[in-house]
Design a binder for this molecule. Structure first.
Ligand SMILES: *[C@@H]1O[C@H](CO)[C@@H](O)[C@H](O)[C@H]1NC(C)=O
Ligand SMILES: *[C@@H]1O[C@H](CO)[C@@H](O)[C@H](O)[C@H]1NC(C)=O
Ligand SMILES: *[C@@H]1O[C@H](CO)[C@@H](O)[C@H](O)[C@H]1NC(C)=O
Ligand SMILES: *[C@@H]1O[C@H](CO)[C@@H](O)[C@H](O)[C@H]1NC(C)=O
Ligand SMILES: *[C@@H]1O[C@H](CO)[C@@H](O)[C@H](O)[C@H]1NC(C)=O
Ligand SMILES: *[C@@H]1O[C@H](CO)[C@@H](O)[C@H](O)[C@H]1NC(C)=O
Ligand SMILES: *[C@@H]1O[C@H](CO)[C@@H](O)[C@H](O)[C@H]1NC(C)=O
Length: 383
C-alpha cells in the first residue's frame, strides 16, 4: 500500500502547478466549467471541473491540441477520499497550469504546434476520465464522474469551435497518456472524416508483465476498476474477450484503437519501475527520481525491467499508422518536459519533437526503439 501511495505522488512532476500565478506568460488560470455541475460532471469532491485554454491564431487557428492531465488514480474509497481533498480530486486547489513544451506558445520551443488552440484539462476524478457512478457515495460523499467530465469538456470545446478543426490531437502524459488511449477513438468521432485526428500517449503504457509482477499490477488495476465501477465502461473490444479487470492495460487496448496513435515511452519508466517492479525488500528512496542516487543494485533492477517492457511492446501488431518513440532514459513523461521534447537522444537524426511532427503531418512514419540496455547512457534524468 505504501509503495502505491508513494508512486501516486510521482506524477506530480508533470503538473508543475505554479505556486505563484504572476510568473511567466505561459501560466494560464484554470476556468471552472460551472455549467457541468448541472449534468453531474464534477470532481471527486463535487467541485466543478476545470480547464485552461489558449486560443490559436494564424495558421494554427483551426488546429486543436487537447491535453489530458496525468496524476495517478485512486484505488479504494479511502484513497479516493484523501484525493478528494487534494489537487487531483478537486478544483478547489487548482489555480492554473503552465503551457510548456508540446503546449508551449513560444515558436522557438514548440515549432509545429505553438499557435494551435490548446486545452489543458485538469484531472480530478481519479479514474482516468472513465467513471460514471450515478449515486453520490452515501457515506463518503464522493462523486465518481470522470467520463462525464471528459464529455462536458469536449462539449465546451465544440462550443468554442473545435468541431471545425482541420487538425486535432488528443494527448496526455502518465495517467493522462492512459486516458488518451481509452478516449482516442471517441475523440476522433467528434470530427468529420476530413479532419486529421491523431492521439499522442506519453508514458501511459503501463505493462501487465508476468509472474509476480503481473500479480501486483493486475491486483492494483482490479482495485481501481472495482472502486470506480469501470467494468462496464471500459472498451468492449477488451472486456468482451478477456477478464475486464485487465482492460486498463494498454497492451490489451492499443490494437483496437483505430485512430492513429503515437506512443512516447522509455524502456526504463521510473514510475512503472517504482510502482510495481521494485522488490519490497529494497528502499528505493531518492533513486525514484534521480538515477544518480541509484547504487549498482538498483541500477541492476532498473535494467531488468527493460526486456519485460520490450517483450510487451513488441507483441503489439505492427500497425503502420502507429507511431513510436521509445528512448532508454530513466524518467517518466516526455512531451511536457523541456529536456526530452527538444533535446531527446536523436533517432534517425530526429528529436522527439520532429519525429512526432513528421508522423502527425503524414510526412513519414516513425517507430523507433533505442537499443541501449542501460539507462546510464542517457544524458537526461528527472528534474
Ligand atoms: C492556489 O492559489 C492559492 C491562493 O493564491 C494558494 O494558496 C495555493 O497554494 C495555490 N495552489 C497551487 C496548487 O498553486
Ligand atoms: C489569475 O489568477 C490570479 C489569482 O487568482 C489573479 O490574480 C490573476 O489576475 C488571474 N489572471 C487572469 C489573466 O485572469
Ligand atoms: C457533500 O458534498 C457536497 C458537495 O457536493 C457538500 O455540499 C456537502 O456539504 C457534503 N456533505 C458532507 C456530509 O460532507
Ligand atoms: C467521409 O464522409 C462522407 C460523408 O459522411 C462520406 O461520403 C465519405 O465516403 C467519407 N470519406 C472517407 C474517406 O471515409
Ligand atoms: C500469482 O498469484 C497467483 C494467484 O494468487 C498465485 O497462485 C501465484 O503463485 C502468484 N505468482 C507469483 C509468481 O507470485
Ligand atoms: C543499494 O541500496 C540498497 C537499499 O539501500 C541496499 O539494499 C543494497 O545493498 C545497496 N547495494 C549496494 C551494492 O550497495
Ligand atoms: C542531422 O540534422 C541536422 C540538423 O537538422 C543536419 O544539419 C544534419 O545534416 C543531419 N545529419 C544527417 C546525417 O542527416
Amino acid at each position: 500500500m505504501s509503495r502505491f501511495a508513494a508512486a501516486l505522488i510521482l506524477p506530480l512532476w508533470l503538473s508543475f502547478v505554479a505556486t505563484s500565478a504572476q510568473v511567466a506568460d505561459y501560466f494560464k488560470n484554470f476556468t471552472l466549467l460551472e455549467s457541468a455541475v448541472a449534468t453531474g460532471a464534477v470532481c471527486l469532491d463535487g467541485s466543478p471541473p476545470a480547464y485552461a485554454y489558449v486560443e490559436g491564431y494564424g495558421t494554427g487557428s483551426s488546429n486543436w491540441m487537447v491535453y489530458l492531465e496525468g496524476g495517478g488514480w485512486c484505488f479504494s474509497l479511502e484513497n479516493c477520499k484523501i484525493r478528494s481533498k487534494e489537487y487531483f480530486g478537486s478544483s478547489i486547489y487548482a489555480n492554473g497550469t503552465n503551457f510548456v513544451e508540446m503546449l508551449d506558445s513560444n515558436s522557438q520551443l514548440n515549432h509545429y504546434f505553438y499557435n494551435w488552440n490548446k486545452v489543458y484539462i485538469h484531472y480530478c476524478d481519479g479514474s482516468v476520465f472513465m467513471s460514471d457512478i450515478k449515486q453520490v457515495h452515501p457515506r463518503n460523499n464522493l462523486t465518481f464522474r470522470g467520463a462525464r467530465i471528459y464529455n462536458a469538456m469536449m462539449e465546451e470545446m465544440l462550443h468554442k469551435g473545435m468541431g471545425n478543426a482541420h487538425n486535432a490531437i488528443l494527448s496526455g502524459s502518465s495517467a493522462g497518456g492512459l486516458s488518451t488511449i481509452l478516449h482516442c477513438d471517441g475523440f476522433r468521432a467528434l470530427f468529420p472524416n476530413t479532419t486529421r485526428v491523431k492521439c499522442i500517449s506519453d508514458s501511459g503504457f503501463l505493462i501487465h508483465g508476468e509472474g509476480a509482477l503481473a500479480n501486483i499490477t493486475g491486483l492494483h488495476f482490479a482495485h481501481v476498476i472495482a472502486t470506480h465501477e469501470l467494468g462496464a465502461l471500459l472498451p468492449r473490444s477488451c472486456t468482451s474477450t478477456r477478464d475486464p479487470n485487465l482492460c486498463l492495460f494498454p497492451e490489451y487496448l492499443v490494437e483496437d484503437v483505430s485512430t492513429p496513435l503515437f506512443l512516447v515511452e522509455t524502456t526504463f519508466d521510473s514510475f512503472q519501475i517504482a510502482y510495481s517492479f521494485v522488490p519490497r525488500s529494497i528502499q528505493w528512496g531518492g533513486c525514484s527520481v534521480d538515477l544518480a542516487q541509484c547504487n549498482s543494485t538498483k541500477i541492476g533492477i532498473i535494467e531488468e525491467f527493460r526486456p519485460i517492457f520490450l517483450k510487451t511492446l513488441l507483441k503489439l501488431d505492427k500497425s503502420s499508422s502507429r507511431g513510436m518513440f521509445v528512448d532508454s532514459c530513466y524518467l517518466h513523461t516526455h512531451i511536457v518536459r523541456r529536456s526530452t521534447w527538444m533535446c531527446s537522444p536523436l533517432f534517425r537524426n530526429r528529436t522527439m519533437e520532429q519525429a512526432i511532427a513528421d508522423w502527425y503531418f503524414d510526412r513519414s512514419p516513425f517507430q523507433e526503439i533505442d537499443n541501449n540496455a542501460s539507462p546510464q547512457s542517457c544524458p537526461i534524468s528527472n528534474p
